[in-house]
Ligand binder design. Structure first.
Ligand code: AMP
Length: 204
């Protein structure tokens, strides 16, 4: 089953993808994570991508399409995958259609008014990669407290990311709606409730 998890930045795509990969035994392919890894490894790609990312802009289509194309060739994608944060432009969606068959698109719907608070409070555990929120979902265990904030989770970058989402990424939702593959899910609920609904939808 090849799935796209769609939604604005901070909608909970990463959080939900992590639950779904355990449930369905397929990998999460997050272009954001791949790019952050390239930055951490100080590769040429990482250094180039960081400029766009820190400013809240999208990395050029040909770069991300190339990354995804390579990643989908991996053996672990044989039985399906969850795309998280890709495609983000219609050009990317069209390129994806040439290399993959997408079964379902799940769009997490969260109003723009909630996004800034969600993202600026977002923290990731350095140890486990688990995503928390300092106010709404702080870590319980002491071991989890090595939290880091993403460089692009600042208020200025978030506002830019939201603008770009509306301009460049929302048309992708229309693209998939026309193909009758899309389910819109209310993303303004407790993560567990959303996971339950996603499992129901994907189990069908
Ligand atoms: P994310 O972790 O999905 O929020 O992505 C973080 C940043 O990585 C985005 O704001 C973009 O700068 C870049 N990025 C991730 N995925 C894509 C994509 N599909 N197309 C272009 N840029 C992307």
């Amino acid at each position: 089953m090849n799935i796209i998890l769609f939604g604005p930045p901070g909608a909970g795509k990463g959080t939900q993808a992590k639950e779904l990969i355990t449930k369905f035994g397929i990998p999460q392919i997050s272009t954001g994570d791949i790019l952050r890894e390239a930055i951490a490894n100080k590769t040429k790609l990482g250094l180039e991508a960081k400029k766009y990312m820190d400013a809240g802009n999208l990395v050029p289509d040909e770069v991300v399409v190339g990354l995804v194309e390579e990643r989908l060739k991996n053996k672990d994608c044989e039985n399906g995958y969850i795309l998280d944060g890709f495609p983000r432009t219609v050009v990317q969606a069209e390129a994806l259609d040439k290399i993959a068959n997408i079964d379902k698109v799940i769009a997490l719907d969260v109003p723009a008014s909630e996004i800034v608070e969600r993202i600026t409070g977002r923290r990731t555990s350095r140890k486990t990669g688990k995503i928390y929120h300092i106010k709404y979902n702080p870590p319980v265990s002491e071991n989890e407290e090595d939290l880091i904030q993403r460089d692009d989770d600042t208020e200025v970058a978030v506002i830019k990311r939201l603008e770009n989402y509306e301009k460049q990424t929302l048309p992708v939702l229309e693209y998939y709606k026309e193909k009758n593959k899309t389910t819109i899910v209310n993303g303004s609920r407790k993560p567990e409730e959303i996971t339950k609904e996603l499992i129901e939808i994907l189990g069908k």
